[in-house]
Design a protein around this ligand. Structure first.
Ligand code: HXC
Length: 515
């Protein structure tokens, strides 16, 4: 064997040791839980033969609690670059088989190095998280590492898309980097996210709770809203990520890639989806599917705050973001959670050059002590802020009800909508006819010989006067009253016209959204 061959042989052996992570027993334990290893996860996600690993031979510099005698292969994290659909991505995957994927300073430095790379090269960052949090033996070094990651998450926000997968127990600091990223993916039975685990809760509060009930996949997909996508298996999660990245641009200076245009599927008739009776619910996603290319709609935050629908579709091959009230859930009202959901999605679209189409059918903000005390004023204001701030093309279609604060909030002309369309059955007013008549005609109704008949007459009067799109159209607040079947062609027209849209804002360091 020549000298060169010996060196190559030694390199291969060294790599093989690192690639075994925490060893066979630990890998088997992962597999028994339905979990792939860190490298398997990366290879499942990126294009074949595209992964280049960095920093395989980085070593931790812990000296306390026996750390000086321990070797953690790769310091518990695999980092590198790969490609998805042929375009570069930066990626890291924590390796739970090595010290529970816990984060020490060198582990963190590997992550921040690949994040810096992503920011310079302007490509997405994908983080696969599976970690017991700050490495306890390293003390403040581990905390420093987290801080440096959070800082980069924040600096990269709005510049390159950031995607987090929660593929294991993510405890303590391990949850805050995902929380700062754009999209979080969880997998049933595998993902756990919490700040303090069940053991600490038991010690401090004396309460027994399982990891699943505390912060399992469903908890974060349905209750907290921390997760945007929920999957049954890791493989399904990887497919969801590929689908998401097919809709979004690689950075804030680019547009999402366009694909061949296609018509919506023939089976969906937009004219029959919305019932004429304003009290009848329907699924607004059917209106979206009847509008977008190939009826292909990717919902974001599907399981959380379902009274509003957010997600991506394509119009003539180009990505657009949809924000739509969902009359099927709580009549499509805005409340604290749905306001947060909408505002966040609008800001993502605005950061990444994605036009926003708003479909409106809602009775306003949700009334009640619970909502008031939960801060519906502050949360609701986020929607006003996000729409007003956004400079991407903004188009609204009022399908049916547009009452009160809802009319203003759902991308009205007054918040800067570029195009406002309304269907002929649209009702635009300060509040619903029953409520409105009860207030402004209270005296007449009370004093009438037949109050019920008088109430009905006044409700009818109010509907005739205000519950239609023509008063708003007469003021120029609505550009066109259109037939439902014209919706797609009018949206395509508006998108074509606004392809070169430029809108400026006064110079400032940054605004103060109602966080
Ligand atoms: C060092 C850790 C670790 C940690 C796990 N390990 N977490 N080592 N620091 N934070 C090690 C374990 O010692 C064990 O090593 C191996 O990883 C696997 O862990 P197990 O406990 O055997 O696994 P499991 O039963 O699956 O439980 C996983 C777990 C649990 C739920 C994550 O390990 C756990 O509760 N860990 C601590 C979580 C936590 O409180 N983290 C917060 C840190 S403070 P061996 O050698 O036995 O295989 C923090 C603050 C930052 O993060 C705040 C920033 C804002």
């Amino acid at each position: 064997m020549t000298e060169l061959n010996k060196d190559i042989q030694a390199l291969r052996e060294k790599k093989a040791v690192v690639e075994m992570g925490g060893g066979e027993a630990a890998i088997e334990k992962q597999a028994a839980m339905g979990k792939l290893t860190a490298r398997e996860r990366i290879l499942s996600l990126v294009d074949a033969n595209s992964f280049h690993e960095y920093d395989m031979f980085v070593k931790h510099d812990g000296r306390d609690f026996g750390m000086d005698k321990k070797d953690f292969p790769g310091d518990g994290v695999v980092t590198g670059t790969g490609a998805i659909f042929g375009a570069p991505v930066c990626i890291y995957a924590q390796d739970f088989t090595v010290a529970g994927g816990s984060l020490g300073l060198q582990h963190a430095r590997k992550i921040t190095k690949i994040m810096d790379h992503a920011l310079k090269m302007k490509c997405p960052i994908i983080g696969i998280n599976d970690s017991g949090g700050a490495r306890i033996q390293e003390g403040v070094q581990a905390l420093a590492g987290y801080g440096e990651i959070f800082y980069r998450n924040t600096i990269a926000s709005g510049v390159v898309p950031q995607i987090s997968l929660i593929l294991g127990p993510c405890a303590g600091g391990a949850v805050y980097s995902p929380a700062l990223t754009d999209f979080v993916f969880v997998v049933e039975n595998i993902s756990k996210m919490f700040i303090t685990g069940p053991n600490v809760i038991k010690t401090v509060l004396g309460e027994d709770i399982s990891m699943e009930d505390l912060g399992g996949a469903r908890v974060h997909a349905e209750v907290t809203g921390n997760a945007h996508f929920w999957a049954r298996s890791e493989q399904e999660c990887f497919e969801q990520i590929k689908r998401l990245v097919s809709f979004i641009p690689w950075n804030n200076a680019e547009r999402a890639r366009s694909i061949a245009p296609a018509e919506p599927l023939a089976g969906l008739n937009i004219e029959t989806i919305v019932p004429a009776d304003p009290r009848q619910p329907y699924d607004v996603r059917d209106v979206i599917r009847a509008t977008v290319d190939s009826s292909d709609f990717l919902e974001v935050h599907e399981l959380w705050a379902a009274n509003i629908v957010t997600g991506f579709g394509r119009m003539h091959g180009e990505t657009v973001g949809f924000v739509a009230n969902q009359p099927m859930v709580l009549a499509g009202v805005l409340d604290c959670d749905s306001s947060d959901k909408a505002a966040r999605f609008i800001r993502f679209c605005d950061s990444f050059n994605i036009p926003i189409i708003t479909l409106e059918d809602m009775p306003g903000y949700l009334p009640g002590v619970d909502q008031e005390h939960a801060g519906v004023i502050r949360h609701g204001a986020k929607v006003l802020y996000a729409y007003s701030e956004a400079t991407v093309p903004k188009i609204t279609v009022i399908l049916r009800k547009a009452y009160g604060g809802g009319y203003i909030a759902m991308n009205s002309r007054h918040l800067g909508a570029d195009f406002m369309f309304a269907w002929p059955g649209a009702e635009i007013a300060v509040m619903g006819p029953e409520g409105a008549a009860g207030i402004i005609f209270r005296k007449e109704i009370m004093e009438a010989a037949d109050p019920d008949a008088m109430r009905q007459e006044k409700v009818k009067e109010y509907i005739e006067k205000f519950a239609n799109p023509f008063v708003a159209a007469s003021k120029g607040f609505i550009d066109s009253v259109i037939e439902p079947r014209e919706t797609r062609s009018m949206l395509l027209h508006a998108l074509r016209l606004s392809a070169g849209k430029e809108e400026f804002r006064p110079a400032k360091k940054h605004g103060l959204p109602p966080f």
